[in-house]
Design a protein around this ligand. Structure first.
Ligand SMILES: [Zn+2]
Length: 276
């Protein structure tokens, strides 16, 4: 397994893992570096470490954009020996500390049918919980570069973090923005997701390079279009719920297709029905 980082802005590099199309972002400062997300397994994270070492010799700090396996199961390989700081939202950190068996089992179940070899590896992966938590915002100094970690509200999960590198005009969004497929709604808050993306748009300029959770980097127009579709979907969910229609009705009109639409509608109905 050989991975390679590609520069997307001054001192900012992106690696695209080919199996699930996951992006890892490397920010290089003066004497220090930052890695955003750590991929799925020890094997992937080892290849990621090699790729990062081809770009910079500096020690890294890690960030997990959220607690889904493809963004954080490589933590132990990259931050256990020598120990390195790992940042995540406080709820993602709690999940990686207290719900490790559940996360491993969910990852296994999700990958079992399409990627059985990966599923088997995921089931045996050692997880490493984040060492530093973010509530709303934390500002890091990465070798003289200001990097902002921000929780823009509930969206893809209740624990998403985005990483803003203002001096390079780069915004790393995790799975709040998706390029290579529709957004994933399984653990989402579809009624609040549009507001979270609106918050991201407020952090951009017309020239911002946006690194999505999966797929190729995109521009602000792409994010605007995704925001509009998320807002349309949220509206469909509210209207159908108010009218007493079943979630299947939302799926039929979903701007992201029927299956994601149905998952989103069920999540939205749960929220509107006051489920915890
Ligand atoms: Zn995710």
């Amino acid at each position: 397994m050989t991975f390679r980082f590609v520069p997307v802005a001054d001192g900012v590099h992106v690696l695209r893992e080919p199996l699930l199309d996951v992006n890892v972002t490397l920010v290089v400062g003066d004497g220090a570096a930052l890695l955003v997300d750590t991929l799925s397994t020890a094997g992937q994270a080892g290849a990621l470490a090699t790729a990062a070492r081809a770009v910079t010799p500096y020690p890294w700090t890690l960030v997990n954009t959220h607690h889904h396996f493809d963004h954080c199961f490589g933590n132990a390989t990259l931050a256990a020996d020598p120990p390195r700081p790992v940042y995540a939202h406080e709820r993602a950190a709690a999940a990686l500390r207290d719900r490790t068996d559940r996360l491993r089992r969910a990852a296994y179940e999700e990958m079992r049918a399409d990627h059985p070899a990966l599923a088997a590896e995921l089931a045996g992966t050692t997880l490493l919980a984040p060492t530093h938590t973010v509530h709303t915002e934390t500002v890091l100094d990465v070798g003289g570069r200001r990097v902002v970690l921000r929780h823009p509200g509930h969206g893809h999960t209740d624990a998403d973090l985005v990483v803003h590198v203002p001096d390079a005009d780069v915004l790393v969004t995790g799975d709040l923005v998706e390029q290579s497929g529709p957004p994933a709604f399984e653990e989402s808050y579809p009624l609040q997701w549009p507001d979270a993306v609106a918050e991201l748009l407020r952090m951009t300029t017309p020239a911002t390079v946006v690194v999505p959770g999966h797929g190729t980097p995109v521009d602000v127009e792409f994010v605007r279009a995704q925001h509009a579709r998320l807002a349309e979907l949220a509206w469909l969910i509210r209207a159908a719920h108010t009218g007493g229609a079943p979630p299947e009705r939302v799926a039929a009109d979903s701007p992201f297709g029927a299956r994601p639409g149905l998952t989103a509608a069920r999540r939205g109905y749960r929220e509107l029905d006051g489920a915890p």
